[in-house]
Design a protein around this ligand. Sequence first.
Ligand SMILES: *Cc1c(COP(=O)(O)O)cnc(C)c1O
Length: 474
Amino acid sequence: MPHKIQTELYRELPSIDELLRSPDLALQVAQYGLRAVTEAGRAVIERLRREITEGKLDAAELGRELGRIAGIVTLELRQSFSFSLRPVINATGVVLHTNLGRSPLSSDALTHIRETAAGYSNLEFDLATGERGKRDVHVQRLFQSLLGRYVRPDSPISTVVVNNCAAAVMLALNTLAEGGEVVVSRGELVEIGGSFRVPEIMTKSGAVLREVGTTNRTRLSDYERAITERTRLLLRVHRSNFAIVGFTEQPSLEELAALGRRHKIPVMEDLGNGALFDLEEVGIKRESGVIQSLRANIDLVVYSGDKLMGGPQSGMITGGPEIVGRIRSNPLFRALRVDKLVYAALEATLLAYLRGDYDSIPALRMIRMPAQEIRRRAEKIAATIADLHQLTVDIMSDESVIGGGTAPTATLPTFVLAVSSSKLPAPELQRRLREQQFPVIARVEEDRVLFDLRTVFPEQDEALVASLRAIAGT
Ligand SMILES: *Cc1c(COP(=O)(O)O)cnc(C)c1O
């Protein structure tokens, strides 16, 4: 009778106390604590009991499982105590890869986070007076020196920092236009990245969207005709992740700024990219940054900290002190403000710009990396894995992209390693690369896996080789 046999099998299962007495698990108790090991042990015993009930285990199979039960519990513990957020190697060539964490932080930023966040800091404390201070001051002066010298040298500019650019847009719209109308071109009612949609943000901010023009052409007169006593703001949304080409028209920022001034209505640009340097210089054409926006004399520009600025996730609102002051006094600001870690990273990143030390900022170093340097590294890797007979390796010219909803039409010339295996189809090779201890993220094109070393830190080249070796044999 099967039931009789099952009863006997149940009796084979150890009690949790017996299990904990095994020397292997004593080691785990030292590492993970008694409670965690007890829970993991119980879960494993419970699973075996269930498998007996379901008739999935016979006596021999149960014997094998019990022989290695300490190992099973240890594996379970290791999995539940491992980090979910892990470092990966980005071999996609997409510099600001939103799914891979956008911009990597500079070593100065990390050091500054460590030294200020491991203990107490003067985050909101004025060391000169011994009184309460504001957290904004830590970056305010740096934005002033970086941007102020290009624009309005006679009048200061102010910057507030919130959680990201989406929050910055929301906060600015809510402050300036709640209950009123915001005029936007139909060619700019866009969705950017992770479900940031201009019309939806507008609704949530309490402002009413007033669409003007058409998808491809909007004239200054379209804006002007839409202005009424209910109008609170003219909004320009930067086309961050797409381009409209062909029969198109859009007033310049300068023209929009002048129109706003004539009607005493503020003009804001949702710029996104946050570039604090000359984009042409690094080969990014037809794209403008924060300095150009402020030079156009608009009242406010909002932008991200972790796109072309290469800093931590954050959103900046820059403009004249009066209008930025109003935004700062909005109670929503308190809900969207950023943590000391972000100020520390931002401060270190901005100081690198002040020194002109672009290469210390990883995203900028990657964008500026010459294709020939990438080619040399690719050749070196190709030579190192030449003994792996399973693999065919080519070096081809290709293009890297900036990504992160930035500079949609700009590409950077690069060289990629194109690898195919005689044993594994490319998607399988790609999947195994993701399963490595240090996962490698690469793209597949025509049954080859492509590695663009522009976004791989040179010190990771060895780990990349090690992964290929582990997959394709030594
Ligand atoms: C990227 C982008 C945003 C969203 O920025 P986050 O920092 O990701 O919130 C908003 N507007 C524009 C124009 C952008 O390019």
